[in-house]
Design a protein around this ligand. Structure first.
Ligand SMILES: CC(C)(COP(=O)(O)OP(=O)(O)OC[C@H]1O[C@@H](n2cnc3c(N)ncnc32)[C@H](O)[C@@H]1OP(=O)(O)O)[C@@H](O)C(=O)NCCC(=O)NCCS
Length: 176
């Protein structure tokens, strides 16, 4: 378990399925990310298991996923997740990352604290030199978060990114 100033962060595991569904079940969560990924605890558990066991390296990728809890609140509630796809076949090493938090605990800087930790982890433990994020242009909270993390918009040419949907804003930050 990793401890940041206010958070506890753990690699995501099947046992987190119910708490993730509880934290991310609000319909507002999927508004800019193509709707909810899963709607039941069983489907969430299956998806987590798939990500843990899929041969991502055969696609030139490494998949990293963590869950985030608040450290100093009773029962340390799970509030969201952060994830990265590392493109292990690119030089310099690049990663796309994402973050999904429930609305219950928004507006306290928790998502910023968790993603900030993840970017350090990507640089220090996985040798990632450059990080990308793709965001729906109307997702103002996400754009503000990337702004706080000192990301800048990529204009042209856009890199090839697995998470890119037509019309997305693409953000980049050099980590090394
Ligand atoms: C994107 C998302 C993570 C942003 O959540 P958030 O609650 O705004 O982010 P944080 O937890 O970092 O909180 C930041 C806010 O808390 C405020 N804040 C309060 N105390 C703070 C503190 N100690 N430190 C930092 N910020 C603090 C900040 O000013 C900021 O407010 P602002 O955005 O109005 O300027 C969240 O909306 C989300 O998960 N949405 C659904 C999924 C999604 O769209 N993901 C993004 C895909 S690209």
């Amino acid at each position: 378990m990793i401890r940041t100033r206010r958070l506890l962060i753990d690699p995501r595991a099947v046992e987190h399925a119910a708490a993730l569904c509880d934290a991310l079940g609000d319909e507002s969560v999927g508004r800019y990310i193509g709707g909810p990924e899963v709607t039941t605890v069983e489907a969430m558990a299956e998806q987590i298991e798939y990500v843990l066991t899929a041969p991502a390296h055969e696609r030139g990728q490494r998949w990293l996923n963590w869950v985030v809890r608040i450290a100093d609140v009773a029962d340390t509630p799970l509030i969201g997740r952060v994830e990265a796809t590392v493109h292990i076949d690119r030089t310099p090493l690049a990663a796309e990352f994402a973050y999904v938090f429930g609305p219950r605990w928004s507006g306290h800087g928790y998502a910023t604290e968790a993603t900030s930790w993840m970017l350090d982890e990507l640089r220090d433990a996985h040798a990632v030199a450059v990080a990308y994020a793709t965001v729906h242009p109307d997702n103002a909270a996400s754009v503000r978060l990337l702004d706080r993390l000192d990301f800048v918009i990529v204009t042209d040419p856009l890199p090839t990114l697995a998470s890119y949907d037509d019309g997305d804003l693409v953000f980049v930050k050099e980590l090394a």
